[in-house]
Design a protein around this ligand. Sequence first.
Ligand code: ADP
Ligand code: ZN
Length: 731
Amino acid sequence: MSTQEYFDQGELVAVLTTQPLDRTLDYKAPEGGCFLGAFVEVPLGPRKVLGVVWGAGQGGFDLNKARSVIRVLEVAPMREEMRVFLGKVADYTLTPMPAMLRLATRAPGLGDPPSMRKVYRLGSGEPDRMTDARSRVLEVLRDYGGLAFTLKELAEQAGVTSSVVKGLVKQGAVREEDSPRDLPYPQLDPNLPGKDLTEDQAEAVERLQVGQQTGRYGTTLLKGVTGSGKTEVYLEAVAEALRMGRQALVLLPEIALTAEFLTRVEARFGARPAEWHSGATMTERRRVWRMVGQGDAQLVVGARSALFLPFRDLGLVVVDEEHDTSYKQEDGVHYSARDMAVLRSAICGARVILASATPSLESWANAEAGKYERVDLNSRFGVAVLPEMKPIDMRAEQMQPGTWISPSLRQAVLQRVEKGEQSLLFINRRGYAPVTLCRACGEQIACDHCDARMVEHRFLKRLMCHQCGETKPMPDTCPSCGVEGKLAPVGPGIERLAEEAETIFPDANIAMLSSDLFGSARALKAKIEEIASGDADIVIGTQLVAKGHNFPKLTLVGVIDADLSLHGADLRAAERTFQLMRQVAGRAGRADKPGQALLQTFQPEHPVIRAILSGDEEGFWKAEAAGRQAAGVPPYGRMAGIVLSGPEVGPVFDIGTAMARNDAPVRDVGGQVFGPAPAPIARIRGRHRVRLLVKAPKGAPIQDAIVRWIAPLRLKGDIRLTVDIDPQSFY
Ligand code: ADP
Ligand code: ZN
């Protein structure tokens, strides 16, 4: 990388663009010159594309042919620390730099000049004649002090038409001004009083703040039982970062979480933070991106890609629910936001807080090894106690065919309904039934493009493929044998469970919570708030409900099938079951009434189920760690998944076989190659998928080996290869 910081007009600069090229391109610096890191617009063929000045030009060609940078965009240049970060993520995940730059510029209209809009304030003139409507407008403006409103906001607040406001403008009683659209975010005040902390919480806060004050990198695992006040505690670390004049980022796994969270931030700091997620409007995204870069957003609350925002001085990253699998992006750039948060913080001297009630084995092991500090919160806040956990042995229950709620569970729910308390029935399956079977020929309806069964969604009256999203109407006749009226649902999904609940609890108010049942994130948020306010007797939910929501009236959690995720090819099956069951159970009894969690299982003696019930977490992790250590798998060994895909299975397999035969680069670093084998989902969207797995000792330079291994490959036609370093799911 160049050490030159500034380039005069006409000097040759190397520009990294967002276009899929394997190198930077040389251009002449524009009139007025440009800084290293400047965001620029450059010509590429007939088009104009976005780029960043990456260093001095390479030259080596006729300089008269060099084209000029068209213009420098009016945004803060990319800081060196960000360039280093993007480079390291690219090396770690084997991602080309243009794709990294795309990830770091995911806001539209970055090149647009700051646009203006009209705003309205109190003027000095007097209206000729005072009407009710006019006085309401002036009242609103006086009530809000010096605040400026848009026309729409002001008219709405005052309950008048916009012509009333316009009339007042003419008379000078209201002032119309031009104001930039991308406004800085309101100042957060870290010195507003926080909540009174318990002794445990205060001690945790003290340790986090002392770390924050060092101004140096460090990671802390904040392990606290659900409801122990982890959020309250890490907000105090955020306060400390803000007091030091640095920025903070809080990553959350699920956008549905943010409504409640934003309210808590506002209560603590007096204003709302910047929000970054897929549900945000384009204008909002652009504002966040710009304001973060110029230091006018102190706190960002966001989804994983917020990690690639151009912070001016990032001092703290909190990864809440750090074990959550949604932190791993599995398309495009395959990265783990949790791991990359640690990387970014190490580069820019920030602190990291990984918060969870059920940490990932990776983080637990890093804390054991002394790489991370560990802070524990062992009891729930206030009078709330952890729920009692009990198994329901399904072998002993009298079940009618086609039903899933056992008599014991039913009894427990009825007791809660009578007392006006809420129950949650948890099943981690969307739709009505996972399988549709023809009772005449035995056919199970499958997706035409994927190696997956279609899932009936009765709510939508369609069959849906959960791999590719393809849907088709529910047929009356079997597509295989043509017999009519013999198609039958097999097994339960959330919709079918709701149907059962409606028959056995006819007087109860039942709410369903599943990501696909709501048209928008907003509608989902509204539903969650409605449930939290106590509006339902029984909530039926998928794993969406496991993620940190507070339902104060909830006192019973019934897990329909605790065995569901125990069996999988996945090396993390036990860990996932353990986390999910404890998280779901943690939804119960978060306020003043004690909670209970009942787990329906056919194998109450299974070691994982026993560990869940006994709550012996350290014991579970130690056993799990020992198992993985013996097998040499993460976090005690390294792994990478290679997926080859293409429209014909033969050629895809041939390449896989050739790769396995020429695996010297992997063996050179002490690694092994497994496969090729059909991937667990052998076909998605009509593409056949073949998988190779690389296993290597911890510390082996696995990326270098893979680069050397795949470099000689010539992928013909429509065959694609993707590499997933540290794969989280195996599909
Ligand atoms: P966690 O993040 O560990 O699940 P939260 O921070 O959400 O826990 O706390 C659980 C509940 O207890 C929240 O409603 C929170 O406002 C409340 N709470 C926690 N600590 C305190 C405190 N010191 N004072 C008042 N309320 C608290
Ligand atoms: Zn499909």
